[in-house]
Design a protein around this ligand. Structure first.
Ligand SMILES: NC(=O)c1ccc[n+]([C@@H]2O[C@H](COP(=O)([O-])OP(=O)(O)OC[C@H]3O[C@@H](n4cnc5c(N)ncnc54)[C@H](OP(=O)(O)O)[C@@H]3O)[C@@H](O)[C@H]2O)c1
Length: 265
């Protein structure tokens, strides 16, 4: 039986950082499936790491046939999925009324629907264990945006609330099989994400967020460590732990009021 890891969103940013980290640190895996639409980026990552265990899997996760073909690939071999990292994601800044309908659909589709469907497709192949934490591991990349409603980024923030709550519930469902589910909640991370979210208007975090921006490689390391420890949620960096705390103690209406004020400035 081949032990494998599957990483979505592997063509850039955090997903790419996960692949590099796993490639160097996890000698137990036989194959690492790296999933994204941009084949050239996946091939470049394979060349860069020189890791012959890496298998580029070109797939548009919003496409049902592409999702199904990942399922077929799993069923055609003798695979045990030790690690699934759902990292693919996107968001578009702006009020809903100004967002393109296809961007809204893609955000919900990639961040919520495809993450859920891929997990469902992979589950029958996931390593199980009677020993607590002895089975496979799932890491879902949520965001600190999951903690609060965000005017001007409403669909994205709500989609990440879904990822966080889905992960918590799934973790409880899978605990008897020894499978650990970890939701990762970072704040701003230095990747292509912001450029895509703003249609290229902003490519670097500025203002307050500049001081709290995280590096993808460090985030990937910390996420894998949290998953090994069996953590259910990783809120990454002190600044985001503060956001989490505030979201729990302040009334949501008050937070929304401040968010609206910040947006106007
Ligand atoms: N960067 C941040 O500030 C930040 C903060 C908190 C959470 N996050 C989350 O972290 C995750 C990774 O984001 P990132 O920062 O690494 O951004 P990124 O560099 O833009 O990476 C996004 C990844 O998602 C993939 N993807 C997007 N749509 C896809 C589709 N339809 N089918 C298959 N793959 C698709 C992209 O691959 P292709 O384009 O090649 O398909 C790419 O590999 C996302 O879930 C994001 O929400 C990011």
């Amino acid at each position: 039986m081949k032990k494998i890891a599957i990483v979505t969103g592997a063509s850039s940013g955090i997903g790419e950082a996960f692949v590099k980290e796993i490639s160097v640190t996890d000698e137990t895996l036989d194959e690492i499936w790296i999933v994204a639409r941009r084949q050239d980026k996946l091939d470049a990552l394979l060349a860069l790491t020189g890791d012959k265990r890496i298998r580029p899997v070109k797939a548009d996760l919003t496409n049902a046939n592409d999702l199904e073909s990942i399922g077929q690939r799993l069923s055609s071999g003798d695979y045990s999925v030790c690690l699934l990292i759902n990292c693919a994601g996107l968001g578009k800044r702006g009020n809903l009324s100004s967002n393109a309908i296809e961007d809204v659909a893609a955000t919900i589709n990639v961040n919520c629907q495809s993450l859920t469907l891929l997990t469902r497709i992979v589950l029958p192949y996931m390593k199980t264990s009677e020993v607590k934490k002895g089975g496979g591991r799932i890491i879902n990349i949520a965001s600190s945006a999951a903690f609060l409603p965000q005017p001007g980024f409403a669909v994205y923030a709500a989609s990440k609330s879904y990822v966080l709550n889905f992960s918590r519930a799934l973790g409880a469902e899978l605990a008897p099989q020894g499978i650990v589910v970890t939701a990762v909640c970072p704040g701003p991370v230095d990747t292509e994400f912001l450029g895509k979210a703003t249609g290229g208007r902003e490519t670097e975090f500025t203002g307050f967020r500049k001081n709290v921006v995280a590096q993808a490689d460090k985030l990937a390391k910390a996420s894998l460590k949290a998953s090994y420890k069996g953590r259910k949620v990783l809120v990454y960096k002190f600044s985001q732990k503060m956001v989490h705390f505030v979201s729990k103690v302040l009334p949501t209406g008050l937070v929304l009021h401040f968010e609206q004020k910040l947006l106007k400035n």
